[in-house]
Structure formats: structure tokens, C-alpha cells
Design a protein around this ligand. Structure first.
Ligand SMILES: Cc1cc2nc3c(=O)[nH]c(=O)nc-3n(C[C@H](O)[C@H](O)[C@H](O)COP(=O)(O)O)c2cc1C
Length: 141
């Protein structure tokens, strides 16, 4: 069965990266130029942190994520979004993940804070395994 890959963005602090690398499936970092310029080979999941900029537009979506989503092919094959955030940001909590989901019409599959707890990792693995199975069934029919 195909393991749905997770494309993620993580800054130098690496919290999202630490989470992504525990998912036991292909994970690709959109902070890496080669990855953010690539095109997916099938359904994929986005995992993004939110970064409040403080400017008027308050764009919280990391540039690497924005760049990757410029591809219509990538947008079409996106199946869902996961977010990492910090509740201290109040109404901007998970703003980037929620905005991508709203704009693409895809669900927010899972949200967690910072690098996530062991429970968060287990839950995300479970969700992604269920997604793999659902996509395999869809493909077979
Ligand atoms: C400057 C800055 C702005 C942030 N803005 C938000 C925000 O608007 N909403 C939110 O939920 N989390 C916000 N966070 C928290 C990060 O999204 C969270 O810590 C994430 O795990 C960082 O992942 P990374 O270390 O992989 O980049 C912010 C963190 C920093 C340092």
C-alpha cells in the first residue's frame, strides 16, 4: 500500500521536523529548495506551522508552503492539512493550516502544539494509516 507522503515546512528551530520524522513514512521538507520546486507523484498531506508576521496582511503561511502550492498539480492532489502551532498566539492559533484548508476546500486532519506529544505522534500515525487505506480502496474501485 502506498504511504501518503507528508510535505512539511520547518524553520531552524525544527519543531515540525522533529514531529514529521517520527511519522514513519516519507516526509519532505519544503524548506529545501529542491523539494519546494518539485511536483508530487500522488496524493499528499501538508504539515505546516503558522508564523505571525505582525505586518498588516499578517500572512502566517511559510513561504516554502506558499511556493509549493503555486503548482496547480500539487494543489489538486492535496488531500488534507496538519498544523503545528502555539496557543499563545490566540486567534492566530493554527492560522496557516486553517487558511490553506479553507482556501483549498480540504480538511484540517490534525492540529498539535510545537513538536507534539508522544500521543500526538501516535494519533497522527493512526490518522495517516487510515488515510492510506482509504486512498488504496478508492484507487481499487
Ligand atoms: C515568530 C513566531 C511566530 C509564530 N506565530 C504563530 C501563529 O501565528 N500561530 C500559531 O499557532 N503558532 C505560531 N508560532 C508557533 C510555531 O508555529 C510553532 O512553534 C511551530 O511548532 C514552529 O515549528 P518549526 O520550529 O518547525 O518552525 C509562532 C512562532 C514564532 C517563533
Amino acid at each position: 500500500m502506498r504511504a501518503t507522503p507528508v510535505y512539511y515546512y520547518s524553520s531552524a528551530s525544527g519543531l515540525v521536523r522533529a514531529f514529521a520524522e517520527r511519522l514513519d513514512r516519507p516526509v519532505l521538507n519544503l524548506a529545501v529548495r529542491e523539494h519546494r520546486r518539485s511536483e508530487v507523484d500522488g496524493p499528499w498531506v501538508l504539515l505546516t506551522p503558522s508564523y505571525t508576521t505582525g505586518n498588516e496582511a499578517n500572512d502566517t503561511i511559510p513561504e516554502g508552503v506558499r511556493r509549493f502550492l503555486r503548482s496547480a498539480h500539487n494543489r489538486r492532489l492535496l488531500v488534507g492539512v496538519m498544523g503545528s502551532g502555539n496557543r499563545n498566539f490566540g486567534r492566530y492559533y493554527q492560522h496557516a493550516a486553517r487558511e490553506v484548508a479553507a482556501r483549498s476546500g480540504r480538511p484540517v486532519l490534525f492540529e498539535f502544539e510545537l513538536a507534539g506529544t508522544p500521543w500526538d505522534v501516535a494519533e497522527a500515525r493512526r490518522l495517516l494509516a487510515a488515510l492510506d487505506a482509504a486512498l488504496a480502496t478508492r484507487h481499487a474501485s
